[in-house]
Design a protein around this ligand. Structure first.
Ligand SMILES: *Cc1c(COP(=O)(O)O)cnc(C)c1O
Length: 379
């Protein structure tokens, strides 16, 4: 089988015979000619499928070793569509510190339709065992989690889920298939916010839901086509282009993040560092057993000072939501990504008001370290 650094560049598109374009054209057509009623070549209407979306879906399926993939207009659209395959009174178990938007759509939107959610610390299998109910249909995890980088053992959770006829979904946004392929570890579904590392340049919103088998894919495609939150032609094109450099970008992000984590851990003004690549991480060994890398996301807390003062002097890091692009970004989860999670819940999860999250970019690491050093001095 081809290696992943080759697949990111080649899979999903081969230069088409018409003009021989090495880079794929953008197919903007919304509808397709029928040679007699219902007799069309590959596509009939663009909500159902279109060439650019198929290319990037095929590319992701190859990278994730999935049966198939559906491309959505955002990560949240992919997550929502997965939940729409369930029905009232179904129960879902969710990793405690999932992405704030995921927590919000589950509790504020889907609970209204009587789908039930339990949020538990999935790093401990015992919590999952006790949370499973008769009507549990799905376990939904992030590993590593955002922003505390908790690691859940995907193989063990998949075994437990399948022994009870429950499906497992892993949000793989942070690791990307370069470092982690949940379906090969037993997951049934993989979610991506392509807005992050897959796109990689802070210029495209998109999401994917990959499935391990035909039946699940058909169900997802049916709901997607019915509800309509699909990925556009140009956004498909941009994401496919972004993925071409995914392999080199992820290695560069990680190389810088390891140096940043080491720097922070040895800094006397820093009290805690959360990075799955540190030997001090409580689940370092499980991380090693299921990932081939640690990625570029990390969080930390200062012993004293405030995030506001820390943020003031930063020049390389940009204060902004989002993550996973070439430029370094900084955020304060309690005030930004996790503002929709109530304070009491944040405290239970361990998301302190002073927690600072870094999306380490691929600038020169010396500039990154210098920027952090000065900002910590001013905090
Ligand atoms: C950003 C993000 C999402 C939501 O994706 P959008 O593309 O912003 O809709 C879901 N999960 C994780 C882990 C994310 O970081």
């Amino acid at each position: 089988m081809k290696k992943i650094a080759t697949k990111v560049i080649h899979d999903g598109y081969t230069p088409e015979p018409l003009a021989g374009c090495v880079s794929p054209p953008v197919y903007l057509s919304t509808t397709y000619i029928q040679d007699g009623v219902g007799n069309f070549k590959d596509h009939d209407y663009c909500r159902t499928s279109h060439p650019n979306r198929n290319m990037v879906e095929d590319n992701i399926s190859s990278l994730e070793q999935a049966y198939g993939t559906a491309g959505f207009s955002s990560g949240m659209a992919a997550i929502s569509t997965l939940i729409l395959t369930l029905k009232a009174n179904d129960h879902v178990i969710v990793s405690g510190n999932v992405y704030g938007g995921t927590y919000r759509v589950f509790t504020k939107v889907f609970e209204k339709f009587d789908i039930k959610f339990s949020f538990v610390d999935t790093t401990d299998l015992k919590n999952l065992e006790t949370a499973i109910l008769e009507n549990t249909k799905l376990i939904y995890i992030e590993t590593p989690t955002n922003p505390l980088m908790d690691i859940t053992d995907i193989r063990k959770v998949a075994d437990l889920a399948h022994s009870k006829n429950i499906k497992l979904c892993v949000d793989n946004t942070f690791m990307t298939p370069i470092f982690q392929k949940p379906i090969t570890l037993g997951a049934d579904y993989v979610i991506h916010s392509a807005t992050k590392y897959l796109g990689g340049h802070s210029d495209v919103l998109g999401g994917f839901l990959s499935c391990s088998n035909k039946e699940d894919l058909e169900e997802v495609r049916f709901v997607q086509n019915s509800c309509g939150a699909v990925l556009s032609a140009f956004d498909s094109w941009l994401i496919l282009r972004g993925i071409k450099t995914l392999s080199v970008r992820m290695l560069a992000h990680q190389q810088n993040a390891i140096k940043v984590a080491d720097f922070l851990e040895s800094h006397d003004k820093v009290s805690k560092v959360f990075y799955s690549g540190l030997k001090s991480h409580f689940n370092y060994e499980i991380g090693l057993s299921q990932t081939s890398g640690f990625g570029g996301m990390l969080s930390f807390e200062l012993k004293s000072g405030t995030p506001e003062n820390f943020l003031k002097s930063l020049k390389i890091f940009t204060l902004a939501e989002s993550l996973g692009a070439v430029e370094s970004l900084v955020s304060v989860p309690a005030l930004m990504t996790h503002a929709s999670v109530p304070k009491e819940q944040r405290e239970i999860l361990g998301i302190a008001d002073g927690l600072i999250r870094l999306s380490v970019g691929i600038e020169d690491v010396e500039d990154i370290l210098e920027d952090l050093k000065l900002a910590i001095d001013q905090a």
